[in-house]
Write a protein that binds this ligand. Structure first.
Ligand code: ATP
Length: 503
């Protein structure tokens, strides 16, 4: 695995996985572009998730809802009122920080002084942050008394009182920019699932329990985007809302925790690197009955959330439904007189309308990509003393499945045959197969090690009957990324050989 974020950032840029967004104009903070190999890896991660969670189950449907949503959706979901992080400004340089990030990044003695000023426990970080939020005037005083430094200038800052900052991106809809003509870019994909609950039930005749899966972009105006693609403003999520009968929710929660951990394992992210945080009651989001946060051990960052698996009770459908008062809701919801739909489904036993409970496994694609890259990253010292970097990606995730390399780029018979072989392998539908005719075999191998190509196929003079050994005619060399073993394989058997290896 990678030992630092830096080595991943550098590999990603060098080999074309990830670039800074709007880079040629100085870059835009919190936005990244996925390059030629990044788009392949990302697509492969999403496809693996979809395969496991939609195709291989009999209780799931898929969905692709729109990104811009009616403001009523995000009002009744609770996001307008509560989707905010407290922030503080440094009056000396007008820099703005997310309060918890600012405090977390301070040295231990500073944190201890802030905690003392608040009369809070320095060891209980969430409690300290809660105390700072509860009393903004005292908080600003404590940040001053503690000597909290500015992350940017390194100087002791002059801090304002913490203020909530809503993280949703708002946008004008249509040609008139009046007070009513706006919507939001969704801050999570989940709301599109809740608002389509009735459509999906009516069009598929689903009964409880069943789930809806969605992959898509979400937008959060993070105050301090940082740590490469770990915290970005335009992110992608893979979310499931699993609807079940109240009372069965705890079992389904346990089921999904197990399923998600085994999925991560199959992507090369082992359980031993994921800590399961059973989020303490006092830190739970207002909608949550219980939440497990999966905390992956990221290089440089340490354990940080890669996925949240929440039991959201009947909060979401209960918030978006009409006739709330008749439905015996368990969750405390705000009154809704705008919705035109009753979001119930027949109870499997009594057939009476019921608002189902929801289990939500919600994973970030960008954070998945970072974890997968980090686990695959390997530095090896070879027998000859040379060092090589190799991405030991699971084959189904590799951006390029096979590289076909003519030994010399200026020999048409080698290049033509390589192109034919490439076309044949491409036809197997395994993913991207690349014709690699840069002409330098050593460089090609190094490159394909670094981007995780499982197999390199080389067409040489023996292949076309012009080498030393006539018995090698119509055979190619296949090099294995991980073992470096080279095997001669008949061209006529190559497709089935590769297929067997990559299945
Ligand atoms: P954090 O506490 O790190 O801000 P969160 O608890 O707000 O995350 P959720 O709202 O639970 O995150 O979102 C579900 C998943 O979406 C997270 O587990 C993470 O993988 C991903 N995610 C959330 N915010 C971001 C972001 N700014 N950049 C990248 N991925 C994100």
């Amino acid at each position: 695995p990678a030992t630092s974020m830096e080595e991943l950032v550098s590999l990603c840029k060098r080999r074309g996985f990830i670039f800074q967004g709007s880079e040629i104009y100085g870059g835009l903070q919190g936005f990244y572009d996925y390059g030629p190999l990044g788009v392949e890896l990302k697509n492969n991660i999403k496809a693996a998730w979809w395969r496991t969670n939609v195709y291989e189950r009999d209780d799931m449907e898929g969905l692709d809802a729109s990104i811009i949503m009616h403001r009523q959706v995000l009002r009744h979901s609770g996001h307008e009122a509560t989707f905010s992080d407290p922030m503080v400004d440094n009056k000396k340089n007008n820099k703005r920080y997310r309060l918890d990030h600012l405090v977390k990044d301070q040295k231990a003695d500073v944190i201890a002084r802030v905690a003392a000023a608040m009369g809070a426990d320095a060891e209980n970080f969430p409690a300290l942050i809660a105390a700072l939020n509860a009393d903004p005037a005292k908080a600003s005083e404590a940040l001053r008394a503690g000597g909290v430094r500015d992350a940017f200038s390194g100087e002791v800052g002059e801090w304002t009182e913490p203020k909530p900052f809503n993280m949703m991106f708002k946008t004008t809809i249509g040609p008139v920019a009046d007070d009513e003509s706006y919507g939001y870019l969704r801050p999570e994909t989940a709301q599109g699932i809740f608002t389509n609950f009735k459509n999906v039930v009516d069009s598929t005749s689903r009964r409880l329990p069943f789930g809806i899966a969605q992959i898509g972009k979400a937008f959060r105006n993070e105050i301090t985007p940082r740590n490469f693609i770990f915290r970005v403003r335009e992110l992608e999520q893979m979310e499931i809302e699993f609807f079940c009968t109240p009372g069965t929710d705890e079992d389904w929660h346990a089921h999904w925790l197990e399923k998600r951990l085994s999925w991560w394992e199959a992507q090369g992210v082992p359980r031993s690197k994921i800590e399961i945080l059973d989020v303490p009651k006092e830190d739970l989001a207002h909608y949550s009955k219980r939440t497990y946060d999966l905390m992956y051990d990221y290089p440089t960052l340490g354990h940080e959330e890669i996925e949240g698996i929440a039991n959201r009770s009947d909060y979401d459908l209960g918030s978006h439904t009409k006739n709330q008062s008749e439905l015996g809701l368990v969750a405390r919801v705000e009154e809704n007189s705008d919705s035109i739909a009753k979001l119930t489904i027949p109870h499997p036993e009594t057939n009476k309308p019921v608002v189902p409970f929801v289990i939500e496994p919600s994973a970030g694609v960008d954070r998945a990509m970072l974890a997968v890259l980090s686990e695959a990253f390997t530095k090896e010292t070879l027998e000859n003393g040379n060092e090589r970097i190799v991405l030991k990606l699971r084959p189904h995730l590799a951006p390029i499945k096979v590289a076909v390399i003519p030994l010399a780029r200026n020999k048409p018979e080698l290049v033509d045959l390589a192109r034919t072989i490439k076309g044949e392998l491409q036809g197997l539908g395994l993913g991207r197969v690349l014709l690699e005719d840069s002409g330098n075999i050593g460089k090609a191998y190094r490159r394909h090690d670094e981007v995780g190509t499982p197999y390199c196929v080389t067409v040489d003079f023996d292949t076309v009957g012009k080498g030393e050994d006539p018995s090698l005619t119509d055979t190619v060399t296949v090099r294995d990324r991980d073992t470096l073993a080279q095997e001669r394989v008949k061209i006529s058997e190559l497709s089935s050989w590769i297929q067997a290896k990559l299945r």
